[in-house]
Design a protein around this ligand. Structure first.
Ligand code: NAD
Ligand code: WQD
Length: 338
């Protein structure tokens, strides 16, 4: 039997493919390459020495999806496919609602038609919104999201919860990722954003490689120890391993479960800059800029549920992630484009 990986050519998807293959699973990838390159899956095959089917397919294409379920012995799905740029989602919300929500509904219908009822979904710490206090815990009220992207994650969580209420034979795992950073230690796969990076770590990496002049630190007047925003940065390889655990659990337990995947530790913007400098011996020039709209001061996980139930905890720290990011960035200054 095989696991269908939607969005498997993307940043987190490609790392998860490596860990699933290492755990002996069969996988099938679908991706429309809206934000990725076919090269990522080729490199996963190179790293692991294992071949697997990779199909160019949009999850909104019901017929093509049905054919995938017909052609391969799929018994579960890990659903990464989605658009994730927060700023763009504010400018073109319908694109995000259509791709992420309609795409997920089409996927769920195809699963149901094929009698596949186990799904692990890429949710986000963004569903904790602005009203909860850190550390964020799975039983806190979700919602109060600050942008359409985050709202798609919140709505999809509700859709999956409603599905489990109506049809108790489904197994759903909602994984709320905190801030994924880092790259595979081979330096062959990593995060390859198009254009100017929105997120902190890829921006730091592009400053380090000389593609950007300096980092803008968005605000140093938050009520945090050094005034800059605090986040829970989770190494993408740890995150990928969390999916293997969540999938194994979902194969055994019916109903909907929610897990934070974070380290439980908060790191400020300046701490991450300094960790990068220390790990790699490179100076990162920065300036203090105004706060970015929609940002909160603190976001970090209570990571105890994943530890207790899944037996998963993050093993790597921010310096490991900085070292791995730099290896990927310097070997692939233009991402998968050579
Ligand atoms: P990514 O953009 O690298 O990967 C997403 C993949 O989905 C891409 O390969 C893209 O081409 C594909 N895709 C998008 N729409 C599709 C469609 N309609 N049909 C088929 N494929 C489609 O992003 P990522 O960082 O790997 O994130 C993976 C998932 O995790 C996303 O759902 C994202 O929202 C979620 N997430 C990411 C973060 C983060 O900071 N990276 C944090 C929390 C949650
Ligand atoms: C981290 C910190 C910024 C860039 C986003 C999404 C969230 C989730 C993860 C998908 C903040 C500061 C950033 C820069 C900076 N994605 N920063 N200069 O905003 O915590 O989360 O990605 O689900 O939904 O919102 O991550 O990496 O953008 O920012 O000072 O150039 O770095 O203000 O404090 P964020 P980020």
């Amino acid at each position: 039997m095989a696991v269908l990986i939607t969005g498997g050519a993307g940043y987190i998807g490609s790392h998860t493919c490596v860990e699933l293959l290492a755990a002996g699973k069969e996988i099938v990838v679908v991706d429309n390459y809206a934000n990725s390159s076919p090269e990522a899956c080729r490199r996963v095959q190179e790293i692991t020495g294992k071949q697997f089917p990779v199909i160019e397919c949009d999850i909104r294409d019901a017929e093509k999806l049905a054919a995938v379920f017909r052609d391969y012995p799929i018994d579960s799905v890990i659903h990464f496919a989605g658009l994730k740029a927060v700023g763009e989602s504010c400018r073109v919300p319908l694109k995000y609602y259509e791709n992420n929500i309609s795409g997920t509904v089409t996927l769920l219908e195809a699963m149901k038609a094929a009698d596949v009822k186990t799904i692990v979904f890429s949710s986000s710490a963004t569903v904790y919104g602005e009203h909860n206090q850190v550390p964020f815990k799975e039983d806190m009220p979700a919602g109060g999201t600050t942008n359409p992207y985050g709202t798609t994650k919140y709505f999809i969580e509700i859709i999956l919860q409603d599905l489990c209420k109506a049809e108790p034979d489904w197994s759903v795992s909602l994984l709320r990722y905190f801030n994924p950073i880092g790259a595979h230690e081979s330096g062959r796969i990593g995060e390859a954003p198009n254009g100017i990076p929105n997120n902190l770590m890829p921006y730091i990496a592009q400053v380090a490689v000389g593609k950007r002049e300096q980092l803008s630190v968005f605000g140093n007047d938050y009520d945090t120890p050094d005034g800059t925003g605090v986040r829970d940065y989770i190494h993408v390889v740890d995150l990928a391993k969390g999916h293997v655990k969540a999938l194994d659990r979902a194969m055994q337990v019916k109903g909907c479960e929610i897990y934070n995947l974070g380290t439980g530790r908060g790191v400020s913007v300046l701490e991450l800059v300094h960790a990068f400098e220390k790990a790699n011996g490179i100076k990162i020039p920065y300036v203090i800029a105004p706060r970015r709209p929609g940002d909160i001061a603190y976001s970090y996980a209570d990571a105890s549920k994943a530890k207790e139930v899944l037996g998963w905890t993050a093993q790597k720290d921010a310096e490991d992630a900085c070292r791995d990011t730099w290896r990927w960035q310097k070997n692939n200054p233009n991402g998968y484009e050579g």
